[in-house]
Structure formats: structure tokens, C-alpha cells
Design a protein around this ligand. Structure first.
Ligand code: GDP
Ligand code: IMO
Ligand code: MG
Length: 427
């Protein structure tokens, strides 16, 4: 059985939660490998509707072990709330484990995320203000605190004592706000330590054992490649890698162990937060898509910016992730539109280009070049098979498949598991 990396292919919120929940029925391990509670993965299944921020979307599977990998940053309070809510709604979390190498989101990270955003004024990134950027910055600066530190109260005290002075100096001298109490944080995180210690493990061994048993392993990404700190619309990006390659780093296995890379694309584009988005529709159609599809952020409730499918960005995403299969979600959202557009190139300062520029300011100047297709104007939410889709919907999918340069495996036509059309097997 293979290892499948399932990642978003655009700016996040493509429907990774739905796809992972669906595939997890057959999986033995599901590891979330990046991001933190900036992510919001919606799952609709027999237990109800859930918005998961940290717990892998495979938690509902009757047999899968769910792991939060070393590549994620974890706000313990948020995670404990999420586990509590799942338990209250009858979901078993006894097979949930956390990598002892995962970093903690600390109260100063959350505070600094907000203060840094405010100080950016008109150039704000539009972060989720969950402390994700500051937590990953500390990880790289070797100022982080990890789950393994949480398990040893003396180490926790020592690390916190070493770090908090610098953080309080920034809070008081740069931002002129009150300092945080080392004792309060220590006591709070000691309580978290007791509550989380049963979940903390050396999770790479768990993965290795699953691979030896030839079990099915899913690596669940967060965000999307266009928010990647290297390849995304930097600086309007997140702070950990949502790429397929990030799956190796954030779960603890090598590239030779990955068998499939499934890119989840929305049938159009959305983005939350600031930064360039060439196909954004600021008109009635954008509004219509947002309201029809309820395109509001799962984590922050902010309205998502909506636009036509951007095939230049999509092709770039395939190139940097090596997708072997694509999933197209939310096809049903386009059901009522008489005409559809797909961006097949950009005009940059009068010149035609077919690549995704590195510079966010250049991308901001890019004008989309569109190809127009007729809409199918037939409801698709209850259609079970590809050949039963209206011909114009099939044509739209086939065109996306060509442009994305990757075979489409599944098409999602609604939020529920059964609202999925299989076009080509993954396994
Ligand atoms: P994720 O972050 O990639 O997991 O995506 P989100 O959960 O943030 O946003 C995707 C939204 O689309 C959720 O509300 C899903 O329930 C919903 N969704 C997923 N697939 C479909 C689909 O095919 N049709 C419709 N109408 N909704 C979908
Ligand atoms: P999922 O996993 C969509 C965006 C934020 C902001 C930028 C940086 O649900 O697809 P951050 O808080 O990470 O420092 O914010 O990244 N962002 C997301 N957008 N989906 C997400 O996750 C996102 N996680 C972060 O809106 O523009
Ligand atoms: Mg989301």
C-alpha cells in the first residue's frame, strides 16, 4: 500500500479536509505535516460537520492512527479544545498522537502576530493572527519550545526563562505593551503538559512500522503552494511549506517513500488575506460565487476573495509539487453560471507570459488572459458518475485536466463524502 501526499494546490481552502476524510476510510495512518491552527479543514460525515484546525481529517476513520507531525506548530489550548469537542460529539481520539518534535505556539507568538500585523499598516499580510509566523520564525531561530520540552518541566522552565526576557523586551520596548508573566505561562503549560503527555510520541517510528506492514499512509497538508514561503506570493505567504516536499520534512520520511501526490484544486480560485490574485473577481460574479458557495474563512470567518480558475498558477503548482493525480472540488458551485472563464496566460506590462512570476508586485500587475467556455447550467450535486455529468461540465473538467497537466482522479460536487465522482483510481 502506498504513501499518498494530499495537499491543496492553490491558496488553501480547496477542500483538503473533505478529500482526506474520504480517503482515510481506507487508511491506516493520517499525518498532518505543516501549518498550525491557521488551517481550517471542514469535514462533513456521519458524525456531523467539523472544522478541524490541528487534528488530522483522518480522525473519523475507524482504523487510522492520526498523527500531528513534527512539521506542524501546535497551540496546546486550541488542540485540547478541539479534542474535547470531538470527544463530546462521539469521535474517538484514542488513536491521536503528536510528534515530540513538533513546536509549541506560545502566548507571545499570538500576541506578536497581531502586533506585527498592526505595525505593517497598509502592507499587512492578513494573517490569521494565530501566532503561526512568529512560532515558525522561532523554530528556525532556535528559540522554539518543542513537545519533548513540554514533557520535562525543568527543561520547560529553563527554555521559557531563556526566551521570555527577549520576548518581553520586544513587547515593552518595540510595541510598548505590557510584558507577559513567565510564571503564568509556565504554570499554564505545565497543565498542558499533563493533559497532552499521553499523546506525545516518537512518531517517525510509528510511520516506519506502518510502512513495513505495507499500510496505507496519508500525509495531509495545510494551506496551499501559492502561500508557500519559497514559491508562493511572498511576502504574502504563510510560514511553513504546504508543498508535497514539505510532507517528507514535516512527517519524517524520505522522498523515495512517497508513491502518489494528490493535488486538490477548487474548480475556481479563492484566497483569504492580502496579496496578488490575478483572476480575482471584484464584480457581481465574484459576489455570487462567494454567497452561493459560502466562501468565508473556516478559521477567521473573513470573506474569501473569489475568482476564475487560474491555469497558469495551477500548472506552476503541478510543476513544483509533481502531482500524480488531481482532485477538482466544488464543481457544483459553478452550476448556475452561463459562461465560465479559465485564465490561460498573463499579460505583464504588455508582454504575454505563461509563467507565475516570483515577484508579488509583478504578479499584481499581471492581467489574466481568458479562455471562455459555456456553462452547463444543470445541478451536479447528485450526479454519481463522470459520464452522467452534463457534456459541458465534462468539457470543463477535461480542459482543466489538460491545463493542469495531471490526470483528474476525483471530482467533488458537494461537501458530503458521497458527493464524489471517481474518474480514475488513486490506489
Ligand atoms: P480545506 O482547508 O482545504 O480543508 O478547505 P475548507 O474546509 O477551508 O473549505 C472548503 C469548503 O468547501 C468547506 O466548507 C467544505 O465543506 C466545502 N466543500 C468541499 N468540497 C465541496 C464541494 O465539492 N462542493 C461544495 N459545495 N462544497 C464543498
Ligand atoms: P487551510 O489549511 C487559506 C493565509 C492567511 C494569510 C496568510 C498568512 O485551511 O487551507 P498565517 O496565519 O499563516 O501567517 O497567514 O496565509 N492562510 C490560509 N488561507 N487557508 C489556510 O489554511 C490558510 N492558512 C493561512 O489568510 O493570507
Ligand atoms: Mg481551510
Amino acid at each position: 500500500m502506498p504513501v499518498i501526499v494530499v495537499i491543496g494546490a492553490q491558496w488553501g481552502d480547496e477542500g483538503k479536509g473533505k478529500v482526506v476524510d474520504l480517503l482515510a476510510e481506507e487508511a491506516d495512518v493520517v499525518t498532518r505535516f505543516s501549518g498550525g491552527d491557521n488551517a481550517g479543514h471542514t469535514v462533513v460525515n456521519r458524525y456531523g460537520k467539523f472544522k478541524l484546525h490541528l487534528v488530522p481529517s483522518g480522525i473519523f476513520s475507524p482504523r487510522a492512527t492520526a498523527i500531528i507531525g513534527n512539521g506542524a506548530v501546535i497551540n496546546p489550548g486550541v488542540l485540547l479544545d478541539e479534542i474535547g469537542q470531538l470527544n463530546q460529539r462521539g469521535v474517538d481520539t484514542s488513536r491521536l498522537f503528536i510528534s515530540d518534535r513538533a513546536h509549541l505556539v506560545m502566548p507571545y507568538h499570538v500576541l506578536l502576530d497581531g502586533l506585527e500585523e498592526e505595525s505593517r499598516g497598509g502592507k499587512a499580510i492578513g494573517t490569521t493572527r494565530k501566532g503561526i509566523g512568529p512560532a515558525f520564525a522561532d523554530k528556525i531561530a532556535r528559540l522554539g519550545i518543542r513537545m519533548s520540552d513540554l514533557l520535562d518541566k525543568e527543561v520547560l522552565r529553563e527554555r521559557l526563562h531563556f526566551i521570555i526576557g527577549g520576548k518581553n523586551a520586544i513587547l515593552t520596548k518595540v510595541y510598548e505593551v505590557s510584558p507577559l508573566s513567565e510564571d503564568d505561562i509556565y504554570n499554564q503549560y505545565c497543565r498542558y503538559s499533563e493533559q497532552l503527555s499521553p499523546y506525545i510520541r516518537e512518531t517517525t517510528i510509528m510511520l516506519e512500522e506502518a510502512l513495513k506492514r505495507k499500510e496505507l499512509v496519508l500525509l495531509e497538508g495545510a494551506q496551499g503552494p501559492l502561500l508557500d514561503p519559497d514559491f508562493g506570493t511572498y511576502p504574502y505567504a504563510t510560514s511553513s511549506s504546504p508543498l508535497a516536499g514539505g510532507g517528507c520534512l514535516g512527517a519524517g520520511l524520505g522522498p523515495t517513500q512517497i508513491n502518489q501526490v494528490l493535488g486538490v484544486f477548487k474548480a475556481y480560485c479563492t484566497r483569504v488575506g492580502s496579496g496578488p490574485m490575478p483572476t480575482e473577481l471584484k464584480d457581481e460574479i465574484g459576489h455570487l460565487i462567494r454567497e452561493r458557495a459560502h466562501e468565508y474563512g473556516t478559521t477567521t470567518g473573513r470573506p474569501r476573495r473569489c475568482g476564475w480558475f487560474d491555469a497558469v498558477a495551477a500548472r506552476f503548482s503541478t510543476r513544483i509539487n509533481g502531482f500524480t493525480r488531481a482532485a477538482i472540488t466544488r464543481l457544483d458551485t459553478l452550476d448556475t453560471l452561463p459562461r465560465l472563464k479559465i485564465c490561460v496566460g498573463y499579460k505583464l506590462d504588455g508582454e504575454s507570459i505563461d509563467y507565475f512570476p516570483a515577484s508579488a508586485t509583478a504578479l499584481d500587475r499581471c492581467q489574466p488572459v481568458y479562455e471562455e467556455l459555456a456553462g452547463w447550467q444543470v445541478p451536479t450535486s447528485d450526479i454519481p458518475q463522470f459520464d452522467q455529468l452534463p457534456p459541458l461540465a465534462r468539457q470543463y473538467i477535461t480542459r482543466l485536466e489538460e491545463l493542469v497537466a495531471c490526470p483528474v482522479s476525483l471530482i467533488s460536487v458537494g461537501m458530503r463524502r458521497e458527493q464524489t465522482i471517481w474518474k480514475m483510481a488513486i490506489l
